[in-house]
Design a protein around this ligand. Sequence first.
Ligand code: C2G
Length: 130
Amino acid sequence: MKRVITFGTFDVFHVGHVNILERAAALGDHLIVGISSDQLNFSKKQRYPIYNQQDRTKIISSLKYVNEVFLEESLELKLEYIRKYKADILVMGDDWEGRFDWVKSECEVIYLPRTPSISTTEIIEVVKQQ
Ligand code: C2G
């Protein structure tokens, strides 16, 4: 029984998000998703997500690949979350390549290729230009 954990904001949910969750789920038997809080996003990107954390949590919880969700309050708490949720594998998109190698003492770390040509930022830009 392998437990997989992944993290993300998943704002303006799109197929790139589905693809990474589908592939993360396929690496184990139980997928846990840490959803970046609104406050964490503000501190990283100086803006709040379009969808608030309650709505993002509801969307991710409803997916068939996802078994468990929680709010990620800080990037530095990765190790604590991995321990708390007893994760065997951490999965992240390769935009985070190398960034979480420091948890390798606790679990396996796998970076998966991002889905090309789609991102929340691009969607926001396209909508703005309409
Ligand atoms: N993703 C992807 N392909 C895309 C867009 C996103 O595979 N075209 C992946 C990202 O690599 C990430 C996940 O989807 O693994 C969620 O992406 P974001 O919502 O952009 O997450 P981010 O704001 O980077 O938060 O602790 C880490 C952070 O919480 C990650």
